[in-house]
Design a protein around this ligand. Structure first.
Ligand SMILES: *[C@@H]1O[C@H](CO)[C@@H](O)[C@H](O)[C@H]1NC(C)=O
Ligand SMILES: *[C@@H]1O[C@H](CO)[C@@H](O)[C@H](O)[C@H]1NC(C)=O
Ligand SMILES: *[C@@H]1O[C@H](CO)[C@@H](O)[C@H](O)[C@H]1NC(C)=O
Ligand SMILES: *[C@@H]1O[C@H](CO)[C@@H](O)[C@H](O)[C@H]1NC(C)=O
Length: 451
C-alpha cells in the first residue's frame, strides 16, 4: 500500500485547477505486478519478429485484466491480428518490446475499452509500436489501421511509449475520463490524415509529448470537458487544433500552455464551417512558433470541410496569451486570423501579449471577422453584428523573438520509406523539463518487471 501511494505521485494534484479532479490509475503498477504478471511469452508469444503476438496479448489480458500486469518483454514482435482488450479493472500493460505491424486489416491495432484503473507504459521507456505506414502512404493511401485507441477507459495513464508511422491516426481517446498521457513521442509520415493525439473525453492531462506528422499534433474534438494540454513539441506537424467542429458541439474548460510549434500548418486552429453548439472557457497561453504557415487561426468558414447545417458554433471566452516567435510569410498568411461565423459572432475573445513577426518580407496582416473582445483587430462592444477588419502591420512587434528547440527537424520524414523509432526526448518546450522523469529512470520498485 505504501508502494502504491508512492508510485502514483503527487504531480497531478499540482497540475492546475483546470482539471476537474485527479487523473491516472488509482492503484500503483507495483501493487498490480505484485498481484500477478502475465508475460506474453507464457501465452504463445515469441520475440522472433514473425510469430503473431496478437493472440498472446489477448490471452495474457484475459488472465491479468482483473488486477495484474500484461508484460511484453524487450524483443521484437510481429502484430498480425489486432487486439481488442475489454473490461479490465486495476491492470497494466508494460510494453518493453517493439511491436511491428505485419497485419493489414483496417480498424485499430490496439483497442482498449471499458477499463478502469489502467496503465499502459514502457518501463524501460523503449517500448514502441512501428506501424510501417509508409507501405500504405507510398501508394497514396491513408486508409490503413490506427495504432492505438482508448474508449471508455477511466482513471488511466499512457506513458513512455513511441508510436511510429501509423498507417492512419496514431492515438485517439474517445469518451474517456481522468486520464494522464505523458513522455511520449509520435512520429508519422509527412501528410494529412495521420493525426498524432486526438481527444474527446473528460478530465484529461496530456503533457510532455512530441509529435511529427503533417496533421493534428494534439487536438481536442467534441464533446470534451476539462482538458489540460501542456509542454507539447509539434516538431514538424500539422499543429494543435480544436475540431473540426460540426453540430451539437460541447467543449469547455480547455487549456493549452507551453506549446512549441515548428514548421507546421498552424500553432493553433479552431476549425468549423457551419454547425452549432458551443466552445467556451478556453485558455491558450505561452505559445512559441517558428516557420509555421498560420499561427493563431480561428476559421469558422474552413474551406477544407464541407458546410454543415447551423449558424455556426458559438465561441465564447477564449483567451490567447503570450504568443511569441515568427511565422513563415505574414503577407501570405498573417499571424492573427480570427474568422468567426457571421451568423454567430465570437464573444469574449482576448488576444494579449501577442508578438509575432514574419520570416519573409516586411509586413504581415491581422484579420478579424465577426469576433468581439479585446486585442489585435477585435471589435469591442456587445452588438455582435458581423464585420471584417484587416490590419496591415509594417513593423516587427516588440519582444517577438523567442527561443528555438535545439534540434528542430530540418526535413520531413517522407511517405515512401520506413521511419526510424526515436528515443523519447527529455524536453518538449524551451527551458522546461518534463513533469515526470522517464519511467526508465524510476527505481525498480516502481516498475518491477519479471527478470
Ligand atoms: C522486424 O520485421 C520488420 C518487418 O516486418 C523489419 O522491418 C524489422 O527490421 C525487423 N526488426 C528487426 C529488429 O529485425
Ligand atoms: C455538455 O457536456 C456536459 C458534460 O457531459 C454536460 O453536463 C452538459 O449538459 C452538456 N451540455 C450540452 C448543452 O449538451
Ligand atoms: C473564462 O475561461 C477561463 C478559463 O480559460 C475561466 O477561468 C473563467 O472563469 C471563464 N470566465 C467566465 C466568465 O466563465
Ligand atoms: C525533432 O525531430 C528531429 C527528427 O526526428 C530530431 O532529429 C530532433 O531531435 C527532434 N528534436 C528534438 C528536440 O527532439
Amino acid at each position: 500500500m505504501l508502494a502504491s501511494l508512492f508510485a502514483i505521485g503527487l504531480a497531478p494534484l499540482l497540475a492546475t485547477a483546470q482539471l476537474s479532479g485527479s487523473v491516472g490509475p488509482t492503484t500503483s503498477y507495483a501493487s498490480k505486478a505484485d498481484n500477478k504478471i502475465c508475460s506474453v511469452l507464457d501465452y504463445g508469444g515469441v520475440a522472433d519478429n514473425s510469430t503473431d503476438v496478437g493472440p498472446a496479448i489477448s490471452s495474457a489480458w484475459d488472465e491479468c485484466k482483473d488486477g495484474g500486469v500484461v508484460y511484453i518483454p524487450p524483443g521484437d514482435y510481429a502484430l498480425d491480428s489486432w487486439v481488442t482488450l475489454t473490461g479490465g479493472s486495476s491492470c497494466a500493460i508494460n510494453l518493453d518490446g517493439i511491436i511491428y505491424r505485419t497485419g493489414t486489416d483496417g480498424g485499430n491495432m490496439i483497442f482498449i475499452e471499458h477499463t478502469t484503473d489502467f496503465e499502459l507504459l514502457s518501463s524501460t521507456s523503449e517500448g514502441a509500436v512501428q506501424g510501417f505506414g509508409y507501405v500504405y502512404h507510398a501508394d497514396g493511401s491513408i486508409s490503413g489501421p490506427r495504432i492505438l485507441r482508448l474508449y471508455e477507459v477511466v482513471d488511466f495513464s499512457v506513458h513512455d511509449l513511441a508510436l511510429v508511422d501509423s498507417p492512419s491516426f496514431h492515438f485517439s481517446m474517445d469518451t474517456c475520463e481522468n486520464g494522464e498521457v505523458y513522455n511520449m513521442i509520435i512520429r508519422g509520415g509527412n501528410e494529412g490524415g495521420l493525426d498524432g493525439i486526438d481527444v474527446w473525453s473528460t478530465n484529461i492531462w496530456i503533457h510532455d509529448v512530441e509529435v511529427t506528422n503533417k496533421d493534428e499534433c494534439v487536438t481536442v474534438k467534441s464533446p470534451a470537458q476539462n482538458i489540460l494540454v501542456e509542454s507539447i513539441y509539434c516538431n514538424w506537424s500539422g499543429g494543435c487544433a480544436m475540431g473540426s467542429l460540426s453540430t451539437g458541439v460541447n467543449i469547455s474548460d480547455i487549456t493549452y500552455r507551453n506549446i512549441y510549434t515548428w514548421s507546421s500548418n498552424q500553432m493553433y486552429m479552431i476549425k468549423s464551417n457551419g454547425g452549432d453548439g458551443s466552445v467556451s472557457n478556453v485558455l491558450l497561453e505561452n505559445f512559441i512558433g517558428h516557420g509555421n504557415a498560420y499561427s493563431l487561426d480561428v476559421d469558422q468558414e474552413w474551406s477544407s470541410m464541407s458546410t454543415v447545417d447551423g449558424d455556426g458554433v458559438q465561441l465564447n471566452n477564449i483567451t490567447f496569451s503570450n504568443w511569441k516567435g515568427t511565422e513563415a510569410d505574414g503577407a501570405q498568411r498573417g499571424p492573427i486570423k480570427v474568422n468567426c461565423a457571421d451568423a454567430a459572432p465570437c464573444t469574449d475573445i482576448t488576444i494579449e501579449d501577442f508578438a509575432m513577426w514574419t520570416e519573409e518580407g516586411d509586413y504581415q496582416w491581422y484579420w478579424c471577422e465577426s469576433a468581439y473582445g479585446e486585442g489585435a483587430c477585435l471589435e469591442d462592444g456587445d452588438d455582435y453584428t458581423s464585420y471584417t477588419t484587416t490590419v496591415t502591420v509594417t513593423a516587427a512587434p516588440t519582444g517577438y523573438s523567442a527561443a528555438t528547440m535545439a534540434s528542430d527537424l530540418t526535413a520531413a520524414f517522407g511517405t515512401g520509406s520506413p521511419i526510424p523509432i526515436p528515443a523519447i526526448p527529455t524536453s518538449f518546450y524551451p527551458g522546461l523539463t518534463p513533469y515526470s522523469a522517464l519511467a526508465s529512470a524510476a527505481a525498480t520498485s516502481v516498475y518491477p518487471v519479471r527478470a
